[in-house]
Design a protein around this ligand. Structure first.
Ligand code: GLN
Length: 292
C-alpha cells in the first residue's frame, strides 16, 4: 500500500489531532500551539474545551479533518483565529466578529469596569457608544443596566449589522443603532455617559503593526489616518454639548505617550477632572473625563 493510501485510512482520534496540532503549530512558531488546535476543534465539534479531553478517544471524522485543513490554511496566512471561527469572547460573552469590525480586546473590558462604577449611582442613564464596531461595549453595558438607554453609533451599515446581530443574539433590547460618522456628520446627541474605543493608532505607526492586525482588521477601526488624536480632539471640543451635567466621557487610549497627549487636549479645552486608569499590564488604558 502506498503512503497516501495509508494516510487516508488512518483513524484519527481527537487526542491524535490535538497532539498533531500542538506539534504542527509549534513548528510554525505560533505563540500558543495548543490553544490554536483546541479552538479549531471546539469550533468544528461545537463543544467546550473540556469535552475535547473527556471524549479524547472519539474518532475525528474524515469530513471534520477536511474542515480543519481549510481553517488551518487560513490561519497559516496569519488571519486572526477570531475571524476564522467568526467569534470572540468579551466580558464573558460571545460576540460575532467578521472583517468589518475590530476584534474586541481584553484591555477594552477596563472601559466596562470603569463605566459600571460610574453608572452605579445613576437612574435610567443615557449612554452613547461611539464607534461601536462589534457592539461589545454598548451591548455589555445595556445588558448590565436594563434601565439604561444605549445609542450605539458607527459609520457604516455593514458594521452596524454585525453589532445589531450581536445585540439580538445576546438578548439586549435597550439599545438602538445609528449610522453616523462622528468625524463628519452632525452629532446632536446628549448623554450621561459617552463611551468610546476610537481608532487611535497614528497613521505613521500602521506599517509596524503585526500582519494579523495590519492585513486583516479594518484600518478605519485602527487609525484616524492622522496622528491618532482626531477623535479625542473632537470629544474635547464638544464635551460640554454632548454630555449632561454630572456626566462623563470614558475612552480607551493608546500606548506610550498617547494617554498624556490625550490628557493635554482635554486640559487645553478646559476639562481638568480627568482620571487615568491602567490595564492588566499596568499601561494607562482608559481616560475618564467628568464634565465641568
Ligand atoms: N467599540 C469596538 C471595540 O472596542 C470597536 C472599536 C473600533 O472600531 N475602534 O472593540
Amino acid at each position: 500500500m502506498d503512503n497516501s493510501k495509508k494516510e487516508t485510512l488512518k483513524i484519527w482520534r481527537i487526542i491524535d489531532v490535538i497532539n498533531w496540532g500542538v506539534d504542527y503549530f509549534g513548528k510554525k512558531s505560533f505563540d500558543n500551539p495548543r490553544l490554536e488546535i483546541e479552538i479549531f476543534l471546539q469550533h468544528i465539534l461545537n463543544c467546550e474545551k473540556i469535552d475535547l479531553y473527556i471524549d479524547f478517544e472519539k474518532e475525528f471524522l474524515p469530513s471534520d479533518l477536511k474542515k480543519l485543513k481549510k481553517l488551518i490554511k487560513r490561519r497559516l496566512k496569519k488571519e486572526p483565529i477570531q475571524y476564522i471561527i467568526g467569534k470572540t469572547s468579551f466580558y464573558g460573552r460571545d460576540f460575532n466578529v467578521d472583517k468589518n469590525v475590530l476584534i474586541p480586546r481584553p484591555e477594552t473590558e477596563i472601559i466596562i469596569n470603569v463605566s459600571i462604577d460610574f453608572l452605579s449611582t445613576k437612574k435610567n442613564p443615557s449612554i452613547i457608544d461611539i464607534g461601536t464596531g462589534s457592539g461589545c461595549i454598548g451591548i455589555t453595558l445595556a445588558k448590565k443596566f436594563p434601565s439604561a438607554q444605549v445609542t450605539a453609533i458607527d459609520y457604516s451599515e455593514s458594521i452596524i449589522n454585525v453589532a445589531r446581530e450581536n445585540a439580538r443574539r445576546i438578548g439586549v433590547k435597550n439599545i438602538e443603532f445609528v449610522k453616523l460618522d462622528f468625524l463628519k456628520d452632525n452629532f446632536n446627541y446628549l448623554a450621561d455617559l459617552i463611551v468610546s474605543n476610537p481608532p487611535y493608532i497614528p497613521n505613521k505607526e500602521m506599517s509596524s503593526l503585526m500582519i494579523d492586525v495590519k492585513e486583516y482588521e479594518p484600518h478605519v477601526a485602527l487609525t484616524d489616518k492622522m496622528d491618532g488624536l482626531e477623535f479625542y480632539r473632537l470629544f474635547s471640543v464638544k464635551l460640554n454639548d454632548i454630555i449632561n451635567d454630572e456626566g462623563a466621557l470614558i475612552v480607551e487610549v493608546g500606548n506610550g505617550s498617547h494617554p498624556l497627549k490625550v490628557k493635554k487636549l482635554f486640559m487645553e479645552s478646559g476639562h481638568d477632572k480627568i482620571e487615568m486608569i491602567k490595564d492588566y499590564n499596568k499601561d494607562t488604558r482608559v481616560l475618564k473625563v467628568l464634565k465641568g
